[in-house]
Design a protein around this ligand. Structure first.
Ligand code: MG
Length: 252
């Protein structure tokens, strides 16, 4: 099932599900008990929002060998984790705003796991039971500030630096799917999720040994090689095989 959050001219934001090119409402709680109503609203008549409102956005750095290499960095011995604030979230199609403090804003195409159940110290082999599904993310980064600051909070945390969506796919298999990133139609990044240094189960075990994961929290699993600049007027498209496409314009 593909879960979305959407609104229409007359309806305030709510959860729904997508079937082919139509949307239907979901009644109840997507984490526990819910009911799907008929999918009869054409997708183009609704505004899709980011598909979940997380309490935490946890991200993993340098989780693909070739990406660590392109920055001359070592592959970490244990996952390197950092966070983005929920205020950085934008919807599919919404503009990424280049902040005046940076001269080098870059895209990072990533697979994103969505937590479905509260958990602490989750064993890796049990992680699957704590995942609601997967979506597509762009860990937008002010590369120059990341390098000068040391701490990554500013570089990763600007408003609009966390586009994700368009939906959460509850049936997606993350073990071997192609991730690509195109800017204005030109290929920038392409790799398979099987190239992750630490797979999703290990990441969830590691992170949940530090902090309790809550339903709706999201995990950016790292970006492959090929990150590059975003300029005013660009259109950036992150695609994950069998999962879909996330498109956002870039503006000042
Ligand atoms: Mg990243």
């Amino acid at each position: 099932m593909r879960i979305v959050r959407y609104q229409t001219k007359t309806e305030s934001p709510r959860f729904g599900w997508v079937f082919e090119d139509k949307v239907g409402p979901i009644d109840g709680d997507i984490f526990t008990e819910f009911r799907r109503l008929e999918a009869d609203i054409p997708l183009e008549l609704v505004d899709l929002l980011a598909p979940i409102q997380p309490s935490k956005i946890i991200c993993v750095g340098r989780n693909y060998v070739e990406h660590a290499k392109e920055h001359g960095a070592e592959v970490p011995k244990v996952p390197l984790i950092f966070m983005k604030p929920p205020s950085s979230i934008i919807a599919p199609g919404e503009g990424i705003v280049l902040p005046p403090q940076s001269r080098q804003v870059e895209h990072e195409a990533e697979l994103v796991a969505v937590i479905g159940k509260r958990g602490k110290s989750i064993p890796a082999e049990d992680a699957k039971n704590y995942i609601l599904g997967y979506t597509i993310g762009n860990d937008v980064t002010a590369r120059d500030l990341q390098q000068t600051d040391g701490q990554w909070t500013r570089a990763k945390g600007f408003d609009t630096f966390c586009p994700f969506g368009p939906w959460i796919d509850t049936d997606f298999d993350p073990s071997d799917a192609l991730i690509t990133c195109r800017v204005n139609g030109q290929m920038r990044q392409m790799a398979s999720t099987r190239d992750m240094v630490f797979p999703v189960g290990i990441l969830i075990a590691y992170i949940s040994s530090v902090m309790t994961l809550e339903p709706g929290d999201i995990l950016f699993t790292g970006t492959p090689a090929g990150v590059g600049p975003l300029l005013n007027g660009d259109e950036v498209e992150v695609e994950i095989e069998r999962l879909g496409k996330l498109v956002n314009p870039v503006k000042t």
